[in-house]
Design a protein around this ligand. Sequence first.
Ligand code: IPD
Length: 270
Amino acid sequence: GHPELATLEQMACDLAMSAGRLIVDERPRGLGVAATKSSDTDVVTVMDQRSEAFLRERLDQLRPDDGLLGEEGAQHEGSSGITWVVDPIDGTVNYLYEIPAYAVSVAACVGDVRQGGEWSTVAGAVYNPVTDELFHAHAGGGAFLRRRGDVQSLSVSGEKHLAKSLVGTGFGYEIAKRERQGAVVASLIGQVRDIRRIGSAALDLCSVGAGRLDVYYESGLNPWDQAAGQLVVTEAGGVVVGRGDGPPDKDLVVAGPAPLVAALKSVLKV
Ligand code: IPD
C-alpha cells in the first residue's frame, strides 16, 4: 500500500474510535430523538448530530483542505481531491434500543461522491464501540480487524453455494420500498442457509469482509452507509457491485466472494 493512504487509514481509525467512544459513553444523554426523517422508522438521535459535529470539527482541524459528506447534512467541497464520507452512527435504531450492532463509519474517498457521480474509497474504518471491534483498510493494503489489542487480517468466505450461504440484507426507510424488499426476502429465504438483518450496513459489509456473512445485498444505501465497508470487502478479496456490470450505487449493492455475488444476482434477477 501507499504510505499516504496508510496515514489516511490511521486517521480514519482514530476518528472512528474517538466518535465511537463518545456515542457509547454518552449514550444515556444521546438518546433523544431529534427528528424523524422520511418515515417513523427513520430516526435521528441527538447523538447522531453530536457525533457528526465532533467528526466535522476534528476533520476541519486535521485536514482543512479535504471535502466532507456526512449523513446528518455536514458537507463542503475541498480542494485536495479527498472527501471524507462519515456516518456518525450507522445502525441508529440498534443504538436507540441498545442492541450492540452499531458503528461509526469514516472513509476517505476520491471522485464525485457529494454530487452523486463516480467515486471510490481509498481508506476507511468502521468501529463498533460495544464489541470494541475496529475494521480498517486502505487501497492495496489488505483489510484488518483489531479487537482487544489483537490484529487479524481478513478474507471473505470461501463458500461457493448459495444454498449453504448466510445472506445479509437490510431495508430502507420508505414504506413502499420496504414492502418490495420484504417480497424479495420471502422469495430468497427458501434458497439460502439463512438471512440476517443486522441493522447496520457498515457492519454488514465488514461482516462479509470477515467471513461472518457469506454475501450481502441491499438497495437504497447512501455513500456514508457503505463507503468504508466497501473497501473492507474488496481488500478482503471480495467484490462489491451494483446492477448489471455497474458499480454499486443507490439502487443496489451486492458484496461477497465473486461466485456468490454472481449466484445471488441471478436469483435476485438483477
Ligand atoms: C441504516 C442502516 C441499516 C440499513 C439502512 C441504513 P442508519 O443506516 O445501515 O442497516 O438497512 O438502509 O439507512 O440510518 O442507521 O445510519
